[in-house]
Structure formats: C-alpha cells, structure tokens
Design a protein around this ligand. Structure first.
Ligand SMILES: [Zn+2]
Length: 431
C-alpha cells in the first residue's frame, strides 16, 4: 500500500487521493493553501455573500446553521451570529446515540446564543430497521446519521423558505484535496450521495431485506431540484473563507463558552465527537475493519498538516489507538437487534481487499503506516513546525447536581427498554 510521505493517509482513502512526484497526497497539497491564501480577503468574500441575505425583510431567520453537540458547532454559530451578525435558525438531526455531554453542549449552545432550534428525531424502530438494512447493504451502521444530518437542514430550508445554509468544513477539501479552497464549492445532491452516503440514497433502501417503504424514508430524502430552485437554496462551507483549524477553534470555544470536551476511546482528539456514544468507538472500529485505518489517522494527519505534530508523533498515536477494542459494541448490538456474529459477518464483506487478506479464516492487515515511518522520501516532504504540540484538553463537566437522567431523557433520541404499544388501528384502513 502506498502512504503519503507527509501525512499518514493510504492510497485507499475512500474519498480518493492522488499523489504527486514527491509522493505527497492531494490532501496535503491543497492544505498548503491554508498558509498561502489571503484569509482577510477571503473573509471579505464571505461577507459579500452574507450581506445579500442578512436581515432580509421581516423574516425571523436569514440562514440555517446545522449544529450538533460537538464538531465545531460553537465556532460556526459564534462566527455566523457574533462576528457576521446573521440571524440563524439552528437545526439538528438526532442521531439517537447521544451522550449526556453532547446534549449539554447543545443545550448551552442554543441558550448562550439565544437562538430558535429545530430537531428531527425519527421513530426509533424505523431507524433500527434502516440501520440493519445499511449494515447489510453497505457495511454502515452510521448511514442514517449521515443521511439525516445532511438532509434535514435542506428540508427545513425548503419548508421555511430560508435560502442560505451555512456549513462548517467540506471534507472533500479538508481531508483529500478534491477541490481547492478557491473553487468555493457549495452543497450538492451529487456530492452528498456519492461521498457522504457512500452512493446509497434513501430511495435505494426501499424493498430490501427489511421491507422498508417510501413512507419510512421520506425524512431522509433530498428535496426535488424544483423545490430547491423555488426557494433558491444554496449551502456554503465556512472553511472556504476562514482558515480552518478545528483544534484551535475548539480551544477558543472552551475559553469563551466552556464547551465540554471528553476523552475518546480510539483517538487523542477530545473535541470533535464527544456527542456520540459510538462515533469514536464501534463506528470507528468499523472504519478500521473496512479501510485499515481509523479516525486517529484522520486526526493525526490534520495535526501534521497544521504543523503541530511530526509524522513520527502521528504514527505513535496510530500505534496507541488503532487496536483499541470499543466498549460500546454490545450496547449498539442490543439497540439494533443483531448478534455479534451477524454484525461481524456483515462488516467482513466490506473489508477492502487492497489492505486485508483472509488466510485460513483469519483476517490479516497486509500493510499499515507503521511500516512506513522511515520511507526514503519522508524527509524531503516534511513541513517546518509552526507551533509546539500540546495535548488536547479534557475539560470538566457542566452537569448539574441533580440526577442526570431527569433532564437527559428530554433530549435523548430514545428511551432504552420501552416496548412498543400494540397498534389498535392499522395505518391503512381496510375494507
Ligand atoms: Zn498527505
């Protein structure tokens, strides 16, 4: 397997990488723009876009900001509201796997900025059926989350006639350099389907092994082009206009607003995914089982490119976290209603043969970045350090003294162990 001489990415990255003659990947090359572009001028371009929407008419909102209990949400709202003076409606899709800390972060976020907030929580049994379908179909336990969080804001935009959606970082730019920052790419149905959703639209899940109908999936369907055109919906990404540095942004938000961080199971980044029970646990192990690397590689790569971490430090992080067994697997299996054997067999079907081989019933990793610490061209590709490394902060908690369950359940996506009632009247009248 070929690995980038600068960062830790392998050539089988699912968003696709290209390598230049120095063996440096497209993600690293586009990332160099963060140190060469005129970010003052780029922020002025953002202001020029926002000024066309700001405070228009009597509308209560002039934009939508998708948020969660983590992942730069504080930074995005702080920029949009405080620095650029917009009136955002905050929206989120409930991923059902919330942590108390994520719920607190979200509750404080909408309170601190005093914004209206809308959330979509899908019916629990339906989400489980959708999740079983996507585990079997594409080896993904997280498809419903990716589908929901990329479409609910768009549906709200159409429904409430709010034409502008403001997202944080575009992963095609920040991770793999699919586009330059100066391309100023915007939200599209095509990118969402091909990359966010791994090529599977909600419509594709109809009539599979779970017997899902269109009515089970409408909340995850992208609005028709005609509806988008009628409102003039567009989605812009802030990382095209602001020099994106997730670690620094979170540390600013910890200092300004007491954003809560937390230690994560399979990575050293204690900021990005503290709102999800599975993201840095089982979900990340599934990523590793498919592609031979996990989130720790994404996070170390990001820090190497921002010139805080050396490639060698990054490899040490991979060594420390790549094989950690997630503690949340049984909780997920109980929730989704699958045995470990069925789940493992479903995931094994999607292991990338470029990095995994099956020998006498045992899966073996054919290669790893750990074997590429001293490749000959690594020195030549090295960046000069910009700032000394310091560990990600683990903050204290803002949990109140009373028993947490009493307020957590108000926002959590489901209540464990509650049986569904017997349906007295069928959905469709008969006779
Ligand atoms: Zn690279």
């Amino acid at each position: 397997m070929r690995y980038c001489n600068r960062c830790l990415y392998p050539e089988n990255h699912p968003l696709h990488l290209t390598f230049d003659e120095d063996g440096v990947c497209s993600g690293c090359r586009v990332h160099e723009e963060k140190d060469t572009l005129d970010w003052t001028a780029r922020a002025e371009r953002l202001e020029a876009i926002l000024s066309r929407y700001r405070g228009k008419g009597d509308a209560r909102y002039d934009c939508i900001v998708p948020v969660s209990g983590a992942r730069d949400s504080y930074f995005i709202v702080d920029m949009v509201r405080r620095r650029f003076g917009m009136n955002p409606l905050l929206v989120s899709y409930n991923r059902q796997f919330n942590t108390p800390r994520g719920i607190r972060n979200l509750a404080y976020l909408r309170t601190i900025f005093d914004r209206d907030y809308m959330q979509l929580i899908l019916a629990p049994d339906e989400v489980k059926a959708i999740t079983r379908e996507t585990i079997h179909r594409i080896g993904s336990m997280y498809w419903h989350v990716l589908a929901g969080q990329t479409v609910f804001p768009v549906q709200v935009a159409v429904r409430l006639k709010i034409p502008l959606i403001i997202w944080g970082a575009h992963q095609g730019i920040d991770q793999v350099g699919m586009y330059s920052h100066t391309d100023e790419v915007e939200m599209t149905r095509k990118y969402r389907c091909e990359h966010d959703l791994m090529g599977i639209e909600a419509e594709d899940l109809i009539d599979g092994t779970e017997g899902l109908h269109e009515r089970d999936l409408v909340q995850l369907m992208y609005p028709h082009d005609r509806e988008l055109a009628r409102v003039g919906v567009r989605g812009i990404y802030l990382n095209n206009y602001l020099r994106w540095d997730s670690k620094r942004q979170h540390e600013d938000m910890i200092a300004a607003y007491d954003y809560e961080s937390a230690a994560q199971q399979r990575t050293f980044d204690t900021y990005n995914d503290v709102d999800c029970q599975h993201y840095s646990g089982l979900h990340d192990q599934v990523k590793f089982l498919k592609w031979g690397y996990g989130k720790v590689t994404d996070h170390a790569t990001r820090e190497i490119r921002l010139r805080r971490m050396t490639r060698e430090q990054g490899i040490e992080m991979v060594r420390r976290y790549a094989d950690v067994e997630p503690r949340d697997k049984q909780a997920f299996l109980d929730w989704v209603g699958m045995s470990a054997a069925d789940f493992d067999a479903a995931i094994d079907r999607f292991r990338d043969p470029r990095i995994w081989s099956l020998d006498n019933g045992t899966w073996t990793l054919r290669d790893s970045v750990l074997n590429h610490a001293t490749d000959t061209a690594v020195e030549q590709a090295r960046l000069t350090p910009a700032e000394p490394w310091h560990d990600f902060i683990v903050t204290g908690t803002r949990a109140p003294d009373e028993a947490e369950d009493e307020y957590v359940l108000m926002a959590k996506g489901y209540v464990p162990g509650v049986p569904a009632p017997t349906v007295v009247r069928p959905d469709t009248p008969t006779g």
